[in-house]
Design a protein around this ligand. Sequence first.
Ligand code: PGA
Length: 248
Amino acid sequence: MRRKLIAGNWKMNGLLASGRGLARDLAAQLGDQPPACEFLVCPPFHLLVPVAEEIAGSPVLLGAQDCHSAEKGAHTGDVSAAMLADLGCSHVILGHSERRADHGESNSLVRAKAEAAFGAALVPVICIGETEDQRQAGEALAVVGAQIAGSLPQAEGEFVVAYEPVWAIGSGRTPTRDDVGDVHGHIRTLLCDRLGDARGRAIRILYGGSVKAANAGELLGIDQVDGALVGGASLEASEFRAIGTACA
Ligand code: PGA
């Protein structure tokens, strides 16, 4: 059985006081009952330590939004996987479409980062997804397949896949149930082909893109959807909690 994972991607939001406040609210709302799922929060770098302090003792897990592919060295402004692990992170989001677009991240760079994450015992959450043009051209499955082939780590280790159609991120639009089911089913087949049935079936595949409390029940009920990567709706503790409640 794959336990569902609800991951919050805060993106570039929050200053010290507001970030601490949100983490405190999350720890209070998610802390006192065994949730039907795992909760992960991924604040921006400057909030990792204060958020770690606020969620200490709660079941909420801590992740980052990116790391460098190298272990250490002359990479001004970058952060290594070991640095994240040192701060208490268990996960790191990699290859988000905003990084692929804004920073030109390629599949091979995402793969190298995922292998660096393994080196620091972090679980990479590897993001893939088609653009609107690609979907309209009927290329969604092919694009996702190429991203799986190119971005997944070669080494052994636990990872999570997040399917996020680029056009659904922050837009309030989501694919149909059938479209989500088709892509997730395709990803599952590719994972089993690549890793063998037992390992392929153990990998969690999250859906991301305009997930909120109001649509979480429907999206999380689709076959092969093992959780959600949540942007905007993760910035409010009660909304994030309600998405987790939809797992039950
Ligand atoms: P959204 O973002 O929930 O605001 O659409 C999701 C994501 O980019 O991970």
